[in-house]
Structures are given as structure tokens and as C-alpha cells.
Design a protein around this ligand. Structure first.
Ligand code: ADP
Length: 369
């Protein structure tokens, strides 16, 4: 019977190597394991007649010491010293030499190792859980502070900027008196820069509202043909570079239910980027509809600078720009594509991008209807 117990004991330890690591680390596994192990060894010791009060005291002392060890090195010292010291005391006190009494030593060794290891595992888990909670709390605080800061800043900037633009328009329209050609041109610059700044502030406010979950979809019936005609009319003014806009969409585009404001925002952002990052060539805006899958597909393709492959997954993140140096040649804050992505998700669609450096980029928006 004793040999049977020993064999089972060895086999059960060997079987532990086959246990999945995740299961091994879970308390649902090691709590029953420790209880079973203790019962199993106690029974085997009782059957072998090798139990005595001094052994149990040695056991509890060893387990207690191994559990309070805070690091692995301390645990190893306890695990090695406990059987050695107990073996030495047995050797000193036992009158009749009986080798089977030394079977108690591996029990001390293994229980110290097991209990100590699991106690450490629990300690590490607890610390990690606490740290994770702290990180989540800190992130939430930073996030809140950032959103509040952005929204206050945007409001504080927008109000005076509107006043500046209002007066500049009044002067330009000669409502406050005559102005000469040079002054008119200067005012044109003031207005252009102010409008850029205003749209940047609006983007920041949009992003803040998206982050706060305050942006909702407001669907209405939209005739895509009319919608694209209207969008096209916004780009009728000549561009100040050698760039042509090509509009390519069939006359029979369907009437769909969607949030036209958000769709307009998405496409305008893609078209404006196409214009911004293309020095010469063309930006093609196309639309197709696929009745079999009930989807519409918009493409904005340019012949501009392109985006390196490694940067493609990053451009949709907030404040991401390929060139964010102070000396960069293009304006913007890297928020446009973040809003594009979020609005696309709100409309239930998806956005894809293909690009080749020096050749151009193609942004594809797929919308279900
Ligand atoms: P930004 O305000 O900088 O234009 P976006 O979020 O619109 O911010 O775009 C993020 C970055 O992705 C840009 O800084 C630019 O580097 C890159 N990018 C976006 N569209 C294009 C494009 N059509 N061609 C080349 N690069 C682009």
C-alpha cells in the first residue's frame, strides 16, 4: 500500500507538468490541489504509521515559513533547510534506526515548495490587480481632465475668433468705410487663416464630443445623387495648385437612410486631405452602389505624396500625423481621420486605405444601407 501511495504521489506530480499554465495559475485549480495533496499525504503517512506530533509541528512551521516568504530565494532556503534540519533532528533523536521514517522528509520539501509557491502567486496576483485598478483610475482621470481642457479651450478660442472673423468680414464688405486693394488682400488672409483655425477648433470639439459619447446618429432620407451634386458644388472654386478634382458617380445612385451631415463630414475630410497632400495631378471622388450587398462605396483617390505602409494603421488615431515636426509643410492637428473613422463606425460602415509613397492614396468608405 505504501508503495502504491508513493507511486501515485510521483505520478500526480509528474502529471502537473501536463496541466495548462493558465489553469495552473488559477485559484480554482490550486486550492483543491493543495487540499487534496494535504489529505492524500496525511492519509498515506497515517497508513504507513509514520505520523507523530513532532512531525506535524515541523510541517506547520515549514508551511507557515514558506508562505510568509516574500521572494523566491527565501522560499528556496526554507524548502531546502526544513527537510535537512528535520532529518538532522530525527537522526539525533531516533534510537532505533528505521529508514522509512525518512520518508517524511520529501513531504516537508514538497509541501513547503507548493504552499510557498501558491502563496506567492496569490500575492503577485493581488499586487497586479491593485496596480491595474490604479492604472484604470489614473487613465479615467487623465481622460476626463483632457476632455474638459479641450472643450473649455475650444469654447474660449471659438468665441473671440468669431468676433475677429465678424469684424474682418464687415471691413472687407466695406460696411465700416472704404478700404484699398492692399487692405482687402490682407483681410482676405486674415479671414482665410481664421476659417482654418475655426475648423480646427470645431474638429477638436467634435473629437471631444465623440470621446464623451455625446455624438448620436440622426438619420434622414438622402438621395445620394443630389447629395454628391451638392458636395461637388462646394468645390467649384479653382484650386491654387495644378490639381483637378474628378467626380465620377452614376446618375442612378439610390436613395438611402443615413446621417447626411456625418457622411458629408467624412467625405469632405477625405477630399480636403487629398487636396492638401497632393501637389499636382488629380483627386478622384467616385461612388458606386452594390444592390446585391445593399452597400454604397465611396472612393477618394489622389496622386499625392502617399503614406508609408507602416504608418497606415496609425493615421486614424487621434493627433497622429506622419510629420508632426515644427517645420512641417502641411497644417492640421491630426484629428480629421480620427473623426472620419468614428463617424464611419457610427454609420455602421468601414473605411479602408491603400497607399504607395510618391504615387498616391485611395481611401474607400463602405456604407451599408
Ligand atoms: P491632419 O490634420 O494632419 O491632416 P488627419 O487625421 O486628417 O490629420 O490625417 C492624419 C495624417 O495622415 C496626416 O497628418 C497625413 O500625414 C496623413 N494623411 C492623411 N490623408 C492623406 C493623404 N490623402 N495623402 C497622404 N497622407 C495623408
Amino acid at each position: 500500500m505504501i508503495h502504491g501511495f508513493l507511486l501515485l504521489y510521483l505520478l500526480s506530480n509528474a502529471a502537473l507538468y501536463l496541466v495548462d499554465e493558465k489553469l495552473f495559475a488559477s485559484s480554482y485549480f490550486h486550492t483543491p490541489l493543495v487540499i487534496f495533496d494535504t489529505l492524500f499525504l496525511t492519509v498515506s503517512l497515517a497508513v504507513s504509521g509514520q505520523t507523530s506530533a513532532d512531525f506535524y509541528i515541523a510541517c506547520f512551521l515549514t508551511i507557515a515559513l514558506s508562505c510568509i516568504c516574500h521572494d523566491f530565494r527565501g522560499l528556496m532556503v526554507v524548502t531546502a533547510l526544513a527537510p535537512l534540519l528535520y532529518g538532522y533532528s530525527l537522526f539525533q533523536t531516533t534510537e532505533v534506526y528505521d529508514p522509512s521514517i525518512y520518508l517524511r522528509l520529501p513531504f516537508l520539501f514538497v509541501s513547503s515548495l507548493f504552499y510557498g509557491y501558491f502563496a506567492q502567486l496569490e500575492r503577485v496576483k493581488k499586487t497586479l490587480r491593485k496596480q491595474a485598478e490604479q492604472v484604470v483610475q489614473n487613465m479615467a482621470m487623465i481622460h476626463k481632465a483632457k476632455s474638459e481642457f479641450l472643450s473649455v479651450m475650444s469654447h474660449e478660442l471659438r468665441t473671440p475668433l468669431n468676433v475677429v472673423m465678424g469684424y474682418a468680414e464687415l471691413i472687407q464688405d466695406k460696411l465700416l468705410g472704404e478700404i484699398n486693394q492692399e487692405q482687402e488682400e490682407a483681410l482676405g488672409m486674415v479671414l482665410k487663416q481664421s476659417k482654418d483655425l475655426s475648423s480646427m477648433i470645431n474638429s477638436i470639439m467634435d473629437a471631444t464630443r465623440i470621446e464623451a459619447g455625446a455624438v448620436k446618429v440622426q438619420s434622414q432620407v438622402v438621395s445620394l445623387g443630389d447629395f454628391l451634386d451638392e458636395l461637388r458644388s462646394l468645390y467649384s472654386l479653382p484650386l491654387d495648385k495644378e490639381l483637378t478634382l474628378i467626380w465620377d458617380y452614376p446618375a442612378d445612385l439610390p436613395v438611402i437612410k443615413t446621417d447626411s451631415e456625418k457622411l458629408k463630414h467624412i467625405l469632405q475630410n477625405l477630399i480636403n486631405n487629398g487636396i492638401k497632400y497632393t501637389d499636382k495631378g488629380h483627386v478622384t471622388i467616385s461612388a458606386r452602389h452594390f444592390p446585391e450587398t445593399a452597400t454604397v462605396e465611396f472612393k477618394v483617390a489622389d496622386t499625392g505624396m502617399g503614406i508609408p505602409e507602416g504608418a497606415l494603421p496609425l493615421i486614424f488615431e487621434m493627433f497622429r500625423q506622419l510629420d508632426s515636426s515644427d517645420t512641417r509643410s502641411y497644417g492640421g492637428v491630426g484629428i480629421g481621420l480620427y473623426i472620419v473613422k468614428k463617424f464611419t463606425e457610427l454609420l455602421g460602415g468601414k473605411i479602408e486605405v491603400e497607399s504607395e509613397v510618391g504615387k498616391g492614396s485611395i481611401f474607400t468608405l463602405i456604407l451599408p444601407y
